[in-house]
Design a protein around this ligand. Structure first.
Ligand code: JA8
Length: 229
């Protein structure tokens, strides 16, 4: 999969070199290219923002650098990419959407800063690819970068070969609509706390039943919104 990221803070994405995703990049499974939006400006101050029409607080990202950056990225792409803009005003980014996006050949992430990006950029981008505005949750960040890091990790680990054991992908929170069951390792007793005896019983059926009960109980307590009425 190819991933292009456009940001005014490209070095934030140096962190993608480490661990699992770093390995996937080395082996060619993931081709991540980070672009500095300021490289698409032409003035001596490399300006990417301006005051909002109609007044109001803060600054808005100018459309021209975004147009040039998106043109440059789409230009050498074989197929129209999915173009993602993280936004608190977007649809919710879920495990289901992460899985959908993990099947794409080419993703482009545009990181907004300030009060956001000139609205015409989204309309222009829709002529280059399939645009999605996606939100991690109902809170505001200072820019899209941290949200894009989270999305790239959630999507990247679903690409076949990126995570070593595919079973670890199905038995985790949100993959079956429930929270994950609790995990334990040795020692069997630690600081007065014992591992639930069923896990030491060797009875695989009883273990499976207990884990499913734990998933339902935890989901009811912590995330009742995930359960059917
Ligand atoms: C923000 Br500015 C900006 C750009 C993208 C996002 S996603 C989020 N939760 N906050 C802020």
């Amino acid at each position: 999969m190819r991933i292009d990221v456009v940001s005014i803070f490209p070095t934030i994405f140096d962190a993608l070199e480490v661990s699992l995703l770093g390995k996937a990049r080395q082996t060619g499974l993931l081709d991540v290219r980070v672009h500095d939006l300021r490289d698409y400006t032409h003035d001596r101050h490399r300006t990417v923002d301006d005051t909002p029409y109609g007044g109001g607080a803060g600054m808005v990202m100018k459309p021209e650098p975004w147009g040039l950056a998106l043109d440059d990225i789409a230009q050498d792409a074989a197929e129209p990419p999915v173009i993602v803009f993280p936004s608190p005003a977007g649809e919710r980014f879920t495990q289901k959407i992460a899985r959908e996006l993990s099947h794409e050949d080419h993703l482009v992430f545009g990181c907004g800063r300030y009060e956001g990006i000139d609205e015409r950029v989204f309309d222009y981008a829709a002529g280059l690819g399939r645009v999605r505005l996606l939100s991690l949750g109902d809170y505001v960040l200072n820019g899209g970068e941290v949200a894009v890091m989270a999305m790239v990790e959630a999507i990247g680990r679903l690409i076949p070969g990126v995570v070593g054991n595919p079973e670890s992908l199905v038995e985790e929170s949100h993959e079956d609509g429930l929270l994950e069951y609790p995990s334990f390792t040795k020692p069997a007793s630690w600081r007065g706390r014992d591992v639930p005896p069923v896990l030491l019983s060797g009875n695989h059926g009883a273990v499976a039943t207990w884990r499913r009960e734990q998933q339902i109980e935890r989901t009811r307590e912590r995330r009742p919104d995930l359960l059917p009425d």
